[in-house]
Write a protein that binds this ligand. Structure first.
Ligand SMILES: NC(=O)c1ccc[n+]([C@@H]2O[C@H](COP(=O)([O-])OP(=O)(O)OC[C@H]3O[C@@H](n4cnc5c(N)ncnc54)[C@H](O)[C@@H]3O)[C@@H](O)[C@H]2O)c1
Ligand SMILES: [Zn+2]
Length: 340
């Protein structure tokens, strides 16, 4: 099974992709110290138990599932517990869950005593191919997503594709949206392979997507340029996510990214991306009010005055990053968004 290396000098780390990796966790993480496992109630308890049962000094925090847990309140709760449990610089935090748990526990590990060892055991497809790797940790604050956080690389990422067996189909599809994002912008060979319907085992999909992420992050760890390619579909996607959050049927992050990618692509690339999205039952259109969409676009933290940086794909395997006005972005969305 592959072991990939995220090469970031002294912050380098291994990414283990291995079916059944959780069963040999003690060989992968030094557990002879205080270990705080952070998870949520939606993640089957057996995954945390496999780790806790191998720890010399195990501690567990189980939170409510969902984005609401990426809050200052839960962040401070984790820090408070670490103090109460007597954690010091030699101890570690292990996240067992999706991107919510990884971002939150990672931020707590990054800031407790100026940083203690952090291990990520991602359990959603999205977190396995995207959020667990690259060192972005954050919480949401004052209505802004990921507004407080830090770049803090994990010591190791352990990906066990077997845990995806319990993941809901809709959540799995969200991970596929991020995989399609990486292939569409950066890896034509993998996109073509997936497009031509060749059966690709999930572990191969994960490995191929992570190779893209590793390449991008190793060239631009702090997102000063190239790393912005990973935002393909995310400018409009985040706006749709905010608007849909206030409706009776909110869309999931990956679903919003799917629609956002279609808005920002053109030509044959757009048709091919659409075909793949439909194959995974991801949405390819969305209806909302123009006013609400423009108002959330204007609040995008990446926006400079009335323009926003967007990633465009007109040819599979390549991309352009350009500054666009809100009006131009809205006009790019024609045929994908129905604006009332
Ligand atoms: N740090 C980064 O670079 C980065 C990148 C992309 C996204 N993110 C963040 O990731 C978050 C989204 O992550 P997500 O999509 O993984 O969602 P999530 O963490 O909310 O998990 C989705 C749901 O799946 C459940 N779940 C997790 N693993 C499961 C399993 N194996 N079986 C059954 N249920 C399981 C969880 O309980 C939860 O209800 C967002 O907060 C986003 O901002 C961060
Ligand atoms: Zn995303």
């Amino acid at each position: 099974m592959p072991q990939l290396l995220m090469n970031l000098g002294e912050n380098s780390y291994d990414i283990v992709i291995e079916k059944g990796a959780l069963n040999r966790i003690a060989e992968l993480i030094p557990l002879n110290r205080k270990v705080l496992v952070v998870t949520d109630r939606g993640v089957p308890a057996e995954y945390s138990k496999k780790i806790l049962s191998k720890c010399a000094y195990p501690f567990l925090i189980k939170l409510k599932p969902g984005e609401e847990s990426k809050s200052p309140k839960k962040y401070l709760y984790i820090l408070k517990k670490m103090i109460e449990f007597g954690f010091d610089r030699h101890d570690c935090v292990v996240a067992v869950g999706g991107g919510v748990i990884g971002d939150l526990a990672g931020f707590a590990a990054a800031t407790y005593m100026r940083g203690i060892d952090f291990y990520n055991v991602p359990t959603t497809l999205l977190s396995q191919v995207d959020s667990s790797v690259g060192g972005k940790t954050a919480i949401d604050f004052e209505g802004y997503k990921n507004i407080v956080g830090s770049f803090y690389q994990p010591k190791k990422v352990i990906i066990d594709p077997d845990v995806l067996k319990t993941l809901e189909k809709r959540q799995f599809a969200c991970g596929m949206a991020e995989i399609i994002k990486m292939f569409a912008t950066y890896d034509r060979d993998s996109f073509d392979k997936l497009y031509s319907n060749k059966k690709m085992p999930v572990e191969e999909l994960i490995e191929r997507a992570l190779k893209v992420k590793i390449d991008v992050v190793s060239k631009d760890e702090k997102e000063s340029g190239l790393r912005r390619v990973l935002n393909f579909g995310h400018t409009v996607g985040h706006a749709i996510e905010s608007v849909s959050a206030c409706t009776s049927s909110p869309l999931l992050h990956g679903e919003c990214v799917a629609v956002g990618m279609l808005c920002m692509s053109g030509g044959d690339a757009k048709k091919q991306i659409k075909t793949l999205l439909e194959r995974y039952n991801l949405p390819t259109s969305y209806k909302c009010s123009k006013e609400s969409l423009v108002s959330v676009l204007a609040h995008d933290k990446k926006s400079k005055k009335d323009t926003v940086s967007v990633v465009k794909v007109n040819k599979i395997g390549s991309f352009e990053i350009i500054e666009e006005t809100h009006n131009k972005i809205i006009s790019d969305c024609k045929g994908v968004l129905t604006l009332l």
